[in-house]
Design a protein around this ligand. Structure first.
Ligand SMILES: Cc1ncc(COP(=O)(O)O)c(C=O)c1O
Length: 453
């Protein structure tokens, strides 16, 4: 039997004790569900205590308020009743689906001439990922992921669908994407005959995007395994699309390389405006398929769309009409692209500042950054102290909120820091590490001193 998370066991105990009949009525999934700790709990704590800097959340802010596009804001008050109140079609408003396809093609020229479905509207990227899981993942299926990953994949694929997680180290010794590790784990997983995987670049939590040679090696490994007779389902999570801050990175979604790449590869692009258009609360996303097999891919896409439609109808029924109307209007609006460039530039300036500050030699004994070049975040490896204890110390002593992703690493969302705050934040981090090292040393020194006396 699959082990149940200790948090689910705690909840089950409460229900079993208070309401045994209700407990008996729960489904197997109902018994396995829990509300994850980790980032969500740490963000909630930071909301209360991080009076100085809150670098925990996957949003972008400016002077303490959410960053937004004026093209969206200006329409919020001016939607017509028919753009606001009626149901939207189950798979989304057609105009928006077409506009999003244009956007995908414009930002990913490599998709030209490739066969892809029309994007279906989802209720955010999380929903798109859960559609992928429902459609392609059975209990016991293998899900290949890097060790550093967005934690919610566990809930979506493992808890809800029973996937078995197989992981590979994210970086190689040179600090690049671990192509060899990926290839080795993929080969091992492929013995099952079917592999599901998720590729997410710019990456949460590290903020890393591969270089072109790494991107093509990922594609080559996938096609090689497909060629050996294994079916692969590859989800491309493009939550942070477009936020690339170095010029020599692979400039498109990996979907451009994976679309049409082999008849045994089903590539699924999960994307949306959540981060791309700074609309975290709109709850909009898209799911798009690419599969190269048989004569009539349009018939396959149409069948897949109907299945996705059935799933949406049987879960959330449809996505929000006002959000879809607003996004359509914004995309067509004259200032839209310029405003996106403005926000991008703001984040890029913060990235440059983080890069400048974090590379200072004096920090090296306290922490070192993992390679990062894109997105909202960077991760630090802290030296000589436990990352979770450091997180609590930062919160309690300095009002600074960051996320501890495990015992050694911190994730910092510089998307939520003003450029002028960045240097101060790293100084505080350094000071906090040194203080903890000092206080950890003290009892040891005192014991030694007593032993000498
Ligand atoms: C990698 C990644 N994928 C998906 C999501 C979820 O996006 P949404 O809020 O649209 O569900 C996030 C959000 O933080 C993310 O970091």
């Amino acid at each position: 039997m699959k082990p149940i998370d200790p948090l689910a066991i705690e909840l089950n105990e409460v229900i079993r004790e208070q309401a045994p009949n209700l407990f008996q009525s729960l489904s197997a999934l109902g018994k396995e569900l829990y509300f994850p700790k980790g980032i969500l709990t740490q963000t909630a704590e930071a909301k209360q205590l991080a009076y100085r800097y809150n670098a925990t959340i996957g949003m972008a802010t400016l002077r303490g308020r959410p960053l937004y596009l004026r093209s969206l804001r200006k329409y919020i008050k001016h939607l017509k009743p028919e753009e606001t109140f009626p149901y939207a079609p189950t798979t989304g408003i057609m105009e928006l689906r077409l506009l999003w396809r244009d956007h995908q093609c414009m930002t990913n020229p490599g998709l030209e001439g490739k066969s892809t479905s029309l994007p279906v509207v989802t209720n955010g990227l999380t929903h798109g990922l859960s559609i992928m899981a429902d459609m392609f993942c059975d209990a016991g299926d293998c899900l290949l992921l890097p060790e550093k990953m967005w934690g919610n994949y566990r809930m979506i694929f493992a808890t809800r669908r029973g996937a078995e997680l197989h992981t590979y180290p994210f970086y190689d010794e040179g600090g690049r994407f671990n192509v060899k590790g990926f290839y080795r784990s993929l080969l091992a997983a492929s013995r099952r005959g079917k592999v599901i995987m998720l590729l997410n670049f710019p990456h949460n939590p590290t903020g890393y995007t591969p270089y072109p040679v790494e991107a093509t090696s990922i594609r080559d490994a996938i096609t090689e395994v497909a060629e050996s007779g294994v079916n692969l389902v590859v989800g491309v999570d493009d939550a942070y699309a477009g936020l690339l801050y170095e010029n020599d990175l692979y400039p498109e979604s990996l979907f451009s390389l994976l679309a049409d790449c082999h008849p045994r590869v089903t590539a699924i692009k999960i994307d949306g405006p959540t981060k791309e258009d700074y609309v975290w609360g709109f709850r909009l996303g898209f799911i798009t398929f690419s599969h190269l097999e048989g004569e009539n891919s349009e018939a396959v896409y149409s069948a897949l769309e109907k299945k996705v439609g059935g799933l949406i109808r049987g879960t959330i029924s449809k996505s929000s009409t006002p959000s879809q109307s607003l996004l359509s209007k914004a995309i067509k609006s004259v200032g839209y692209h310029d405003e996106k460039t403005e926000n991008y530039q703001l984040l890029r300036d913060r990235y440059e500042e983080v890069k400048r500050v974090v590379s200072q030699e004096r920090f090296a004994e306290a922490f070192s950054p993992y390679p990062f070049n894109s997105g909202y975040f960077l991760c630090l490896r802290v030296h000589g102290v436990n990352a979770e204890r450091l997180r609590r110390h930062l919160l309690e002593a300095y009002g600074v909120g960051v996320v501890a992703t495990d015992d050694t690493d911190l994730r910092i969302a510089y998307s939520c820091l003003e450029k002028e705050q960045i240097s101060d934040l790293f100084d505080i981090l350094y000071k906090a590490v040194e203080e903890m090292k000092e206080s950890d040393k003290r009892p040891y020194e005192e014991t030694n001193e007593r032993a000498r006396l």
